[in-house]
Design a protein around this ligand. Structure first.
Ligand code: NOJ
Length: 754
């Protein structure tokens, strides 16, 4: 046990890895270094030709007006581009628009340096995949990679070089609207998923015309906004920062991500966009990141609103010194940087470094060879909405749908029965593609759930009633819905949020179904007490479904499933795809439990048996501690029985690999995929450890009646964490371990590290 190990030994053990003390005062030029890339000589000769203004120009990004993703300010894009004062643009897309603007940069400026075109390609470009939280629910890294490859192919054909994704902010507060854009609450899962996105967008060769730069965002802590309120304050200790919020970003650096974006929030009193500690010390120095950092939209200016800079000029200086290379939309670098350098307030080496980093990405993309290679009308026509892309989106939608509950095998549906299809989202094509749906079509191209069900069921067997709207108190449609329910054999209700209720600037203070929807399901339950009600929900966050859990016989969580969502969801409803998704985030019983996540700390007075009546224990007096649906939970149409695990040894040394396996039998009537999860618990640490930690998972196919063995190899690397001195390492002691299909279990096995 770590307590009886001498501190000297602990210190030695912790010296394994890259962690070291980071509390020293950061210097302005930490992390400045050449990339050692094959393009260095070219960059050197180009930079020798560049004036200070032209170098500053590379550090400036403006927005076009094809989409609005932040406060609108009038700017003179074309004029600035012509002056060589702009390095990148966002919100300009299509082969034509990007080609036209690129032409100005290349032909009308002194050095003809091409522009970078960036855009929010978050879960698809035209062919929209399920929202990111849904993609995370598939736990299918290959599918996530494939989806982002497809997004890159479509976006690149429209002139986009760079996506502002993936968002790898750990998200543990369902009130926060941007949880929809995340991979959920878990460090390990989010890290793997972040890597998969980067590999998908960037491919194996950035010089190919169909690969795009990825962005790890938002560095760092954005998901921990107080009270789930958008853009709000973040205060966290080093344990949480280093062991929870930083690791997914480190995983993207290891995967070769080319750019980082700053977060809007302050972190422990210092706004991220002016935060040297995170950009210079951690990202550029410790992690040796060679790509470039862009601010979030307007974020340099916001240093003033935060109360961190007295004016925009000081904000410009602070951001540059913090290690931020490009200014998105603040018009700050453009306006003040030259003056700051001339006054000796900003070291020119900072600008050289920023400019060099930005130019490097342009070389890597091949833009100096052919600045128009991405703006290709022919390719645009060929790749957008390719049938195989739409088919891939259908499969992703099926893989993302989590079966939360299925009493008495209410699902799958039977093709011979009459179904009452009730709810405001039955025929919806507008919301189904989710909030940040890039250029996705909210009308014709999206497939509603109604259309999906029509693939399986004749129209004569479908009775439709809308019942109510998503929002508002109008219950005048209830009677028609009740009649529909009465005439059908089974009821399927499609309820949820609208797409504007999640995503950026969409925090909610309630996480219940909005409007009269819960009343609608109550009314139907009352009218047809003996009929099966299947609830299908579409939403961008974990909802409080405590009432619905009692009212419905089955619940299928489909998130916002995307362009082919209606087909994919119907595939699950009718059993063509046996659900395999597992929650990447906890669903609370009530908003009062937030934040709630599976890998919490235990506290000095742990509550036992989930008992609200246990006095003087860490609990609530009015609700159990357990969630409604746990992280990792997700049912199937079949059953998987897990055997006890087998360990290769119950004691391992620091150089050993522990082999742990379980046999899993498919005891039901369907073949299926199961996401097998490996959890550990480090029983005693010099910093307290979470009650459970995911350390591995495998998605395996098991035929009905079949038994398979799933094996994981665990090394000391998997057990490491940052201690109080920010040393990354591992302490000897006892670890509990389990292989399960959910995080909701009690450990029975353990091993010792000696
Ligand atoms: C603000 C968002 O926070 C960020 O994620 C996005 O990439 C930018 N706007 C650009 O649209």
């Amino acid at each position: 046990m770590s307590r009886i190990i001498k501190p000297t030994i602990i210190t030695m053990l912790f010296l394994v890895g890259f962690g070291c003390n980071t509390t020293k005062t950061p210097s302005h030029n930490k992390g400045i270094s050449k990339s050692n890339s094959p393009f260095d000589a070219k960059i050197d000769s180009l930079m020798n030709l560049m004036t200070l203004q032209e170098k500053i120009g590379q550090t400036v990004m403006y927005s076009g007006d094809l989409t609005v993703t932040g406060p609108v300010v009038s700017n003179n894009n074309q004029k600035y581009v012509k002056e060589g004062a702009v390095g990148a643009m966002l919100n300009v897309f299509s082969a034509k628009a990007t080609r036209d603007l690129q032409k100005i940069a290349v032909e009308d400026t002194r050095l003809g340096i091409p522009l970078l075109f960036g855009y929010d390609v978050i879960h698809g470009f035209k062919t929209i995949f399920p929202i990111n939280l849904g993609l995370a629910a598939s736990w299918d890294l290959e599918d996530i990679k494939k989806g982002s490859r497809i997004a890159a192919q479509e976006a690149s054909a429209e002139g986009i070089h760079w996506t502002f994704a993936p968002m790898v902010d750990i998200s543990r507060d369902p009130r926060w609207g941007r949880i929809s854009e995340s991979a959920g609450e878990d460090v390990y899962l989010a890290s793997k998923i972040g890597k998969a996105y980067v590999e998908g967008f960037q491919g194996d060769d950035l010089s190919k015309h169909n690969t795009i730069l990825a962005t790890a965002k938002h560095f760092v802590g954005y998901g921990a906004a107080q009270a789930g309120r958008e853009y709000h304050t973040v205060n966290m200790g080093q344990d949480e920062l280093w062991n929870v919020y930083l690791p997914p970003f480190k995983a993207t650096v290891d995967a070769g991500v080319e750019t980082f974006m700053t977060a809007f929030n302050e972190l422990n009193g210092v706004p991220a966009t002016g935060n040297k500690y995170i950009f210079r010390n951690i990202l550029k120095d410790k992690w040796n990141f060679k790509g470039f950092v862009v601010t979030d939209y307007f974020a340099t200016n916001e240093l003033v609103m935060h109360g961190y800079a007295k004016d925009r000029k000081e904000a410009t200086k602070l951001a540059m010194e913090a290690g931020v290379d490009q200014d998105m939309m603040s018009n700050a670098n453009h306006e003040y940087l030259e003056e700051l350098v001339n006054e000796g307030q900003v070291d020119i080496e900072l600008i050289n470094d920023a400019c060099r980093r930005i130019l490097l990405t342009k070389y890597k993309l091949g833009l100096f060879d052919d600045p128009y290679r991405y703006s290709d009308k022919q390719r645009e026509k060929e790749v957008i909405y390719k049938p195989e892309f739409l088919e891939a989106a259908r499969q992703s939608a099926a893989m993302a749908s989590v079966l939360l509950k299925n009493d008495d095998t209410s699902l799958p549906l039977n093709k011979t029965q009459t179904i009452a299809l009730i709810g405001p989202l039955v025929k919806d094509k507008e919301n189904i593609i989710g909030n940040w749906a890039a250029e996705g079509d909210r009308k014709g191209k999206a497939i509603s759930i109604h259309q999906g069900i029509q693939e399986y069921l004749e129209d004569s067997k479908i009775v439709f009633a809308k019942g109510c709207d998503i929002e508002g108190n109008d219950e005048s449609g209830f009677n028609a819905a009740i009649q529909a329910a009465k005439t059908a054999d089974k009821v399927v209700m499609i309820l949820g949020e609208n797409y504007k209720m999640s995503g950026e600037a969409a925090s909610r203070s309630s996480i219940k179904l909005p409007g009269s929807q819960t009343n609608l399901i109550k009314a139907i339950r009352k009218a047809v007490p003996n009929k099966k009600i299947v609830l299908v929900i579409m939403n961008g966050r974990p909802l409080d479904l405590s009432e619905e859990d009692i009212l419905a016989d089955a619940i299928l969580e489909t998130w916002f499933p995307g362009t082919s969502g209606g087909y994919g969801v119907a595939d699950v409803l009718f059993g063509a795809y046996n659900p395999s998704a597992k929650l990447p985030v906890t669903f609370p019983r009530t908003i009062g439990q937030i934040p709630i996540y599976y890998n919490m700390k235990r506290a000095g007075r742990p509550n036992h048996n989930d008992n609200p009546n246990e006095r003087y224990s860490s609990n609530y007096i009015d609700v159990r501690n357990s969630p409604l649906y746990a992280f990792g939970h997700g049912l199937s149409y079949t059953n998987y029985e897990y055997s006890d695990i087998t360990l290769s040894s119950t004691t391992i040394s620091f150089s050993d690999t522990l082999s742990v396996s379980a046999t899993i039998t498919n005891t039901g009537d369907y073949d299926g995929y199961e996401v097998v999860q490996l959890y550990i618990h480090d029983k005693v640490g010099s910093l307290t450890r979470p009650v459970k930690e995911l350390k591995g998972f495998k998605k395996v196919f098991i035929k009905k009646g079949e038994t398979i063995t799933v094996n994981f190899d665990l090394t000391v690397e998997d057990l490491k964490y940052y201690n109080a001195d920010l040393k990354f390492g591992v302490e000897p002691g006892e670890f509990q371990i389990a292989i399960k299909g959910t995080s909701d279990f009690d450990f029975k096995h353990s091993f010792k590290l000696e």
